[in-house]
Design a protein around this ligand. Sequence first.
Ligand code: VG1
Ligand code: CO
Length: 549
Amino acid sequence: MREPDDAIETVETSAFPDQRPGTSGLRKKVSVFQQPNYLENFVQSIFDSLDQRKGQTLVLGGDGRFHNLEAVQIILKMAAANGFARVLVGRGGILSTPAASCVIRKHGACGGVILSASHNPGGPDGDFGVKFNISNGGPAPEAATEAIYALSRRIKHFRVLGAGDVDIDRLGQVELGCMIVEVIDPVTDYAALMESLFDFGRIAKLLSSGRFRMCFDAMNAVTGPYAHEILERRLGAPIGTVINGQPLPDFGGRHPDPSPANAVELLRLMNGAVPPDFGAASDGDGDRNMILGANFFVSPGDSLAFLAANAHLVPGYAKGLAGVGRSMPTSRAADRVAAELGVPCYETPTGWKFFGNLLDDGRITLCGEESFGTGSDHVREKDGLWAVLFWLNILAVQGQGVEDLLTAHWRRFGRHYYVRHDYDDLDDATAETLMAVLRRQLPNLQGRSFGAFTVSECDDFAYTDPVDQSVTEHQGIRVVFSDAARIVYRLSGTGTGAATLRLYLERFEPDPARHALPTTETVADLAAVALEIVQMEAQTGRTCPSAVT
Ligand code: VG1
Ligand code: CO
């Protein structure tokens, strides 16, 4: 039913001071988002930041976490009151982050609102989040998020249509005021894109051969419906290949973070007596991936390097790579592959928004982060299931197991032992002081030795985007010990509580005879140096990390 224009309400509001987006959108506790006008203020600020919204299409969906449905209804009514012509919303309010990126690009939308706090826990006591993606399908760049933040600081009104809720469980079009709401299947466009990139025939043969078993853990998050459709229905993997495939508002009480610490059920299976050949998991919003072989963990930095080295085997990438991108703290394994391929390797700050320009400008084809994120120019987000299909395509062509292929990769390029240590729950002041003290120390660190390690370079990472020349500073402190080792210190920008200090440790080993050592052992002395440099115990009272990935 068409609502008259006078159903548009202009509601008075006052600004919240804390709506600056972090590494990936605005993330807060659910209870913060449930405050009257909190979501509305931020969404109106997003809309006000757009030059053009009249007559435009917007994409909307989320990872199905607690508060997703309420937020979808509010945003639909706000979009209708703000002049959008059409909103494409995933059925049931569901869209994975990479699928949203795909839909924005395919349907020429001016942008999309993705409701997710990604790998953060969900439920009434968990986290909620709002991300805004621009017309290229990628996360809004820093200039845009800063503009949204500035608007949120001086907001006085928001606009919303006085109307009933829209039925978003049925596919098709509904009028909402002067706007059309089109409820789309969340999987269709994405699955078609995957079919255009990978050799589905060959993967299907592998999955139905009876000689290859895999397990995909959707962690009761958004990838469930995508994985059921693509892996089981289109590729013919046996039913049951996908576990925890039902998206739940609280992710079944688990942390939807695909790391060995959180994907417990999958790890048990993959390290069991008769493990499947291939295991994978994804996160809350479907953009991360963890790759496992039988009794074998693939470090995300290695995964990026491996995909780059083998991309020529995959139809969508057979024509070669323009270049590779990795976030600064990510291991330098990809750099070696890029050098061998004779293509550039870009080093960006943490967060997918920094890859957007490089992808749009055709400078890179593949990119990734140490935090279980890999992607390419097919969308403008990292993409969990895409990475799984990429691996499956290579496995199908090579006819070897994950461990054999990766150890062969190390023999060719050398191995980058890599681990991330997180120090959670630090109070903000302690964490900021630690970083400030370290920053001040930088001029004196150069040339200093710590045991066997001598600092060859150290800096506070700053990035100049080669496409638009924008500069982003203070993106983490790098302490480099030649090619052989590196430590990076950085504060997390996705938490909703106390601060998290991330310590990234990397050690290069060229000798194949030393490629089968346990990572913990290999980086132990480097970890000790990392603590010594920042006087961790004196500054924080901590002697060991809260999480190791
Ligand atoms: C973390 C990761 C970063 C990733 C970001 C968003 O950020 O380290 O690599 O891009 O999460 O991923 P931070 O600032 O906490 O280190 V997602 O899948 O949670 O949107
Ligand atoms: Co995510």
